[in-house]
Design a protein around this ligand. Structure first.
Ligand code: SF4
Length: 298
């Protein structure tokens, strides 16, 4: 099928199946274009709770589909490509968390939403990159086990007077930026360009940024800032999103495209197949789902 036929087919199937398509900000442009809603992982999870449709086609990675299922267990959540997974979420297991809790019994386990349901289920509370600071400050515990992203944890810990215990997880897409790249970038900037990076970057790299913002934060800031030129230090899908939402600005990469291969696995054919065949249904055991949801709701 050619692109137009696929889009027509997807729209017809959406009506027939009473389905909605949700896409993450890092998805391929063709997927962002056919989605009913595009947002960050928290926004996608929250909207799952509110929608009236019976089927959610989640164009993102595995943990996002799990989170949608947790918040909307009465709906069918479909992940079009089952291997679209987040390597960082797989860097820690439930057993690793239980061991950390044993060694640090007084600490609260704060888990970044980019984690598996099994890990969320043994956590005290979940956070996103936009609310992590607020979540940690709201806790009475003075010791924090922050998982799985060591970079997000360390980028926040600079501003919080609590003891942090990390697990050495990281996002490969954000971790691979080198200091050499940042020095070259800084030296080559011809005029006033603001460097905005995601807090999943290594703290050494974060030091070069003018602002550290979540994807939702970047989108909001681009719409209100008086600056017009920005270096965007996060996954390339954000450039497409920014050009749509705030086209008055110019967006540059860090000197090369940052690409999360897992976020690029879903194409129109996969969405069509998901709708026509009901693939791949994401489901969790009820106890895991409820415990993980409690950590999100807290
Ligand atoms: S960009 Fe990084 S954190 Fe996001 S899904 Fe890809 S690997 Fe995971």
């Amino acid at each position: 099928m050619d692109k137009n036929a696929l889009i027509e087919g997807i729209n017809a199937l959406k009506k027939e199946k009473n389905a909605i398509i949700l896409a993450h900000n890092y998805q391929n442009p063709e997927i962002q274009d056919i989605a009913d809603f595009v947002g960050d992982s928290l926004e996608l999870a929250k909207i799952s709770e509110k929608i009236k449709e019976e089927v959610i086609v989640l164009c993102g990675v595995f943990f996002m589909a799990e989170t949608s299922h947790m918040l909307a267990p009465d709906k069918q959540v479909l992940l079009p490509v089952l291997t679209a997974d987040c390597p960082m979420a797989r860097m820690i297991t439930k057993e690793d968390v239980l061991k950390l809790k044993e060694v640090h019994p007084k600490a609260a386990v704060v888990t970044y939403v980019n984690s598996t349901a099994d890990v969320k289920a043994v956590s005290d509370i979940c956070c996103t990159s936009s609310n992590a600071m607020k979540v940690i400050q709201s806790l009475k515990e003075e010791e924090i086990i922050f998982i799985p992203d060591r970079n997000l944890g360390r980028n926040m810990a600079r501003f919080i007077a609590k003891k942090f215990i990390y697990h050495e997880g990281f996002c490969p897409t954000h971790e691979e930026i080198s200091e050499e790249e940042m020095r070259t970038l800084k030296d080559s900037l011809p005029h006033q360009v603001e460097i905005i990076m995601h807090p999943e970057v290594n703290p050494k790299i974060a030091a070069y940024a003018d602002k550290l913002l979540s994807t939702g934060g970047i989108l909001k800031y681009a719409q209100i800032s008086e600056n017009r030129d920005f270096i965007i230090g996060t996954e390339m899908g954000m450039h497409y999103r920014l050009e749509k939402i705030a086209p008055q600005n110019r967006y540059f990469n860090i000197g090369r495209d940052m690409v999360c291969p897992n976020m690029k696995k879903i194409h129109l054919q996969d969405v069509y197949d998901a709708l026509s065949k009901g693939t791949h249904l994401i489901s969790l055991p009820a106890d895991v789902r409820e415990k993980a949801k409690a950590a999100i709701d807290r």
